[in-house]
Write a protein that binds this ligand. Structure first.
Ligand code: HEM
Length: 201
């Protein structure tokens, strides 16, 4: 068991296999591979990737950005050269998976266009599409922030692309401000994601 747990890849494989056994059990109980079955599957994929993405956003904001000023200069490279690039890899691709699974989920629920137009197509008469639409826009803006601002600026700040010291400092600050913007949007975004079903079914 310790051998298994010492290996990241094998631990993930076992976790996915256990998840698939449960999904298979759900399929047997449900009796069909219909739209509701896939809704359950994509909801799980969406929440898993969302946890990975926002978990890393919280790691950056709750821990790394706050602690970096107090890390001794000779140790900073450990974070910028090893920890941050790996964290950013999972961060930006988890954002892609979250967005795609979220879009599939909204399409499966039958309100993708209605929600992305914030209920305007229904004369704002359906509170559910306004509510989840606001959250979907907040999360989509967060996704765009990751790919258009945080990652390009982090590449400069971390020295993954050539830049002088001034450009690195400026890029680091820009990345930090967009990361903070996502932190700010994350809690109201989660209100809409998690309360939608409870409020509106
Ligand atoms: C990136 C764009 C995103 C889109 C387009 C999106 C879309 C959706 C949709 C359509 C639902 C289903 C709501 C329903 O009808 O029950 C949902 C649920 C949910 N989303 Fe997102 N979402 C996004 C980002 C996120 C992020 C970043 C998280 C962070 C963890 C997240 C967490 C959740 C959770 C926890 C649920 C509730 C699942 C449930 O209770 O059934 N979403 N999302």
């Amino acid at each position: 068991m310790a051998g298994l747990l010492q290996n990241f890849r094998n631990t993930i494989i076992v976790s996915v296999v256990l998840a698939l056994i449960l999904v298979a059990g759900y399929r047997v109980h449900h009796g069909s591979t219909d739209a509701i079955f896939w809704q359950g599957v994509f909801r799980m994929i969406h929440v898993f990737s969302g946890i990975l993405w926002i978990g890393l956003l919280y790691y950056f904001n709750f821990v790394q950005i706050r602690m970096m000023p107090s890390v001794p200069a000779e140790l900073k490279a450990g974070v910028t050269k090893y920890i941050a690039p790996e964290a950013l890899f999972w961060f930006r691709w988890a954002a892609v998976a979250t967005l795609l699974a979220g879009i599939v989920l909204a399409w499966n629920r039958g309100y993708l266009v209605q929600a992305y137009t914030l209920g305007a197509l229904e004369g704002f008469a359906n509170p559910q599409t306004v509510f989840i639409g606001v959250g979907m826009w907040m999360a989509t803006i967060m996704f765009l922030n990751v790919w258009l601002f945080i990652w390009p600026n982090q590449k400069i700040a971390l020295g993954l692309v050539e830049a002088d010291a001034d450009a690195k400092a400026k890029a680091g600050r820009t990345a930090m401000l967009f990361s903070r913007t996502n932190l700010l949007l994350s809690i109201p975004m989660l209100v809409t994601m998690t309360m939608n079903q409870t409020l509106f079914g």
